[in-house]
Ligand binder design. Structure first.
Ligand SMILES: [Fe+2]
Length: 310
């Protein structure tokens, strides 16, 4: 586990003291692989999935990016019951080389990037709001500042992230993030633990404001893929928005001028890597990219930003 160094925290804006307390974080040495036990899923869990999914289904059809919609249509992700990892993973592999890896919970950074480097996407088999989830995380305030960890919920992992991994360019971008994370941790430049932690936080901020909570400018072209016309200036590509009814609704309300809870800012890589976030609330801002290709290029051209030398 990377130390909780704060040496360069003064460079960050919007510093929010999130943390994961009392939670098991799995590392390379642990038994972190936990195959999905599909037969143990009960009706209540299927009902929670169905409710979450169906609440968002039409909203996402109208506002999610075309990469998401196309990926979703190509995968067996049911709207009324838990998805079966063994039905999804081979299709993903066939399309972009990624596979699903069913894991036991939070992973530390080292393990997370190791897995990503192999084009494996870690997914958890329990769903929020279920007794199984409550039991596992009872007494835990699930917030995150220690590292680059996936949220422990099957809905977010499968409904929001996985469809994007069917897109070749997106899948390559996610793989490159894994490679870079691994490079930061291995610290071949001998920057030391303070700077390694600082650079991981930069990458975590980047991830947050892009593939977790990012928006894409709506140029109208993706209406072909929708049942209803997208009537706001943005398309949603952030997985953290996509798996949350409240967050999607907030984006739409703010975009239509019916709420001023959040602001829309132009994507600026230098700004976002230094901007921290609140894990537990509706976001106060969303960064808007001009195109997915522009995002990938910006990441590739600015890798040095994540290897800051102090
Ligand atoms: Fe996520």
């Amino acid at each position: 586990m990377i130390s909780k160094a704060k040496g360069y925290d003064h460079l960050f804006q919007n510093l929010i003291p999130n943390s994961i307390d009392g939670i098991k974080i799995f590392g390379v040495e642990d038994q972190y692989v936990k195959p999905q036990d599909y037969d143990s899923i009960n009706n209540l869990e299927n009902r929670i999935w169905a409710e979450l999914y169906q609440n968002l289904e039409f909203l996402l059809d109208q506002y999610a990016s075309s990469e998401y919609l196309l990926g979703l249509r190509a995968l067996p992700i049911p709207n009324n019951m838990f998805p079966d990892f063994s039905a999804i993973s081979p299709l993903l592999e066939n399309s972009t080389g990624w596979t699903l890896l069913s894991v036991a919970g939070f992973l530390d950074e080292e393990l997370f990037f190791e897995i990503n480097k192999k084009r494996q996407f870690p997914v958890t088999e329990i769903i929020r709001k279920s007794p199984r989830f409550d039991e596992k995380y009872s007494g835990t305030d699930i917030k995150n500042n220690k590292g680059y960890t996936p949220e422990p919920d099957i809905f977010h992992d499968i409904q929001a992230h996985v469809p994007f991994l069917m897109n070749k360019d997106y899948a390559k971008f996610m793989w490159e993030i894994g490679i870079l994370g691994d490079e930061i941790i291995k610290d071949h430049r001998n920057l030391g633990p303070e700077l390694v932690t600082h650079n991981l936080k930069r990458l975590q901020n980047f991830a947050w404001w892009t593939y977790e909570y990012g928006l894409l400018k709506n140029n109208g072209a993706s209406d072909n893929y929708r049942r209803a016309h997208n009537d706001i200036q943005y398309e949603i590509y952030g997985a953290g928005i996509i798996s949350s009814f409240d967050e999607v609704t907030n984006v739409v309300e703010c975009a239509k001028g019916k709420s001023d809870r959040s602001i829309f800012l132009p994507y600026d890589i230098e700004e976002i890597v230094l901007t921290c976030f609140d894990y537990s609330n509706i976001q106060d801002r969303y960064y808007v990219i001009e195109s997915m290709e522009g995002l990938y290029c910006s990441f590739r051209e600015n890798k040095e930003i994540f290897l800051f030398e102090g």
